[in-house]
Design a protein. Structure first.
Length: 435
């Protein structure tokens, strides 16, 4: 096997470990070198064996949740962290404004300038693409306008913002040196400790996505749009943030959960799972009389069009009725055409090609063998239809009568259990008599 396929960078210098022996003199560079050796070894192990992403917490909250979020002492990770009392007071005011439905306007009827929208990041732990651990020890308040880079501040503030955290080190605890080197490589006073902290990043420019198939070693230019970004992105703000930021405008599905890879999942389908459709609506869904129609399935990332083969999808009709009189049969179908020359697609279309008759109370069962659908890294789509909650393409999210929170704890529902592959199953019923 070509060892470069493992993703390990063999061009890097071999690790060097400090060796102790009796009578050896140790100086500051020796001890710093030992620290760097251990740090790099740990980062390499985490990045190559476990991956990176958000491991715990780091949720971005809006105005309604801000008062509760600031019960802990805030720590913004910067020197100019606000006092606890000021943060608590601002959060309570924002929450009260939102609860009362007040519009953020001034005495002239105009929105305030500069904008003063705020969000809060909850405590948590993340690992960036380089293997650095990012710890947010307390709730962090973010003034979006203040954090926005100066070159992105305009008279018409951007509507969409991205929020993330980045690993940062800073010296602390100044300590007077008791020995000054004759070579002049030390000063009278040095920082005695290094604080491993973080910085907040807010931008209106869409971040590049890490398209690598692995988290260890060199980058495959064909699979990556831009270098791995040191920022661990947490949320996208897609709402008017010039006043209190409503929770519904915070989208945390952009974040990467801690792991070696981000699985490709099913993010939308063109029918509502478990719903009942008339015969005519069923024909429309199945594309019975429309060659451009058919069932649509949307994915979170590209899949190989070579996997769209006969047998990957089955449409089975289970006839209405009960007992031994009920029967089932498979409906003929075909995949929609893919543009010539395209290797990948993010949506498939599958339509009925036969004219069987559907009856009242028939159940149409759709089975997609997602283990045979491979993404750009030749890994199977994680297709388990968890809870039957994959949303309708372009429609509202499924009803939240039970288990209102997706397994990841944020974002819209998708398929996937984390195991990869499996089979996606869904169904709907037919009503309205014979077709």
């Amino acid at each position: 096997m070509d060892m470069t396929e493992t993703g390990i960078d063999f061009d890097a210098p071999a690790p060097r470990r400090l060796r102790y022996f009796h009578g050896r003199a140790l100086n500051a560079p020796d001890l710093r070198g030992e620290q760097e050796y251990l740090q790099e070894k740990l980062k390499r192990q985490v990045r190559c064996l476990l991956g990176y992403g958000v491991a715990h917490g780091l949720f971005v909250r809006g105005a309604q949740a801000s008062a509760a979020a600031t019960e802990q002492a805030p720590d913004s990770g910067v020197a100019e962290a606000p006092a606890e009392e000021a943060a608590q007071e601002a959060a309570e005011e924002a929450a009260q404004e939102t609860a009362q439905g007040a519009e953020p306007i001034d005495e002239t009827g105009a929105r305030p300038w500069p904008p003063r929208g705020k969000v809060w990041i909850t405590p948590g732990l993340g690992v960036d693409a380089e293997g650095n651990q990012i710890v947010v020890p307390g709730t962090c308040e973010i003034d979006l306008w203040e954090r926005l880079p100066a070159e992105e501040r305009t008279d018409n503030p951007p509507r969409t913002l991205w929020i993330g955290v980045v690993y940062h080190e800073e010296g602390t605890s100044p300590t007077r040196s008791v020995f000054v080197s004759d070579c002049g490589d030390t000063s009278d006073c040095e920082f005695g400790w290094t604080r491993e902290t973080f910085r907040i990043r807010v931008t209106s420019r869409r971040p590049e996505s890490d398209r690598r198939c692995g988290t260890c070693g060199p980058v495959d230019d064909q699979l990556l749009a831009g270098e791995p970004h040191p920022v661990l992105w947490l949320a996208r703000i897609d709402v008017d943030w010039r006043g209190p930021v409503r929770p519904e405008g915070i989208h945390m599905n952009i974040r990467r959960l801690f792991g070696l890879r981000v699985p490709t999942v099913i993010t939308g389908i063109s029918w509502e799972h478990g719903q009942t459709y008339s015969v005519e609506d069923t024909k429309r869904l199945l594309g019975t009389t429309d060659r451009a129609g058919g069932l649509r399935v949307r994915f979170s990332d590209d899949i190989h069009v070579g996997g769209l083969q006969r047998g990957v999808i089955d449409i089975q009709v289970i006839e209405g009725g009960a007992g031994k009189n009920a029967s089932s049969w498979f409906m003929g179908g075909e995949f929609g055409e893919v543009p010539q020359g395209e290797r990948y697609t993010r949506e498939l279309r599958y339509r009925q090609t036969t004219r069987e008759t559907l009856q009242e109370d028939d159940r149409v069962l759709i089975t997609i063998r997602t283990a045979f659908l491979l993404d750009r890294c030749c890994r199977p789509v994680d297709g388990t239809h968890v809870g039957g909650r994959v949303p309708l393409i372009g429609g509202p999210e499924p009803r939240r009568g039970w288990c209102g929170r997706p397994p990841a704890g944020f974002g819209p529902w998708t398929s996937g259990s984390g195991a990869g592959g499996d089979v996606f199953e869904s169904w709907f019923f037919v009503a309205g008599g014979a077709g």
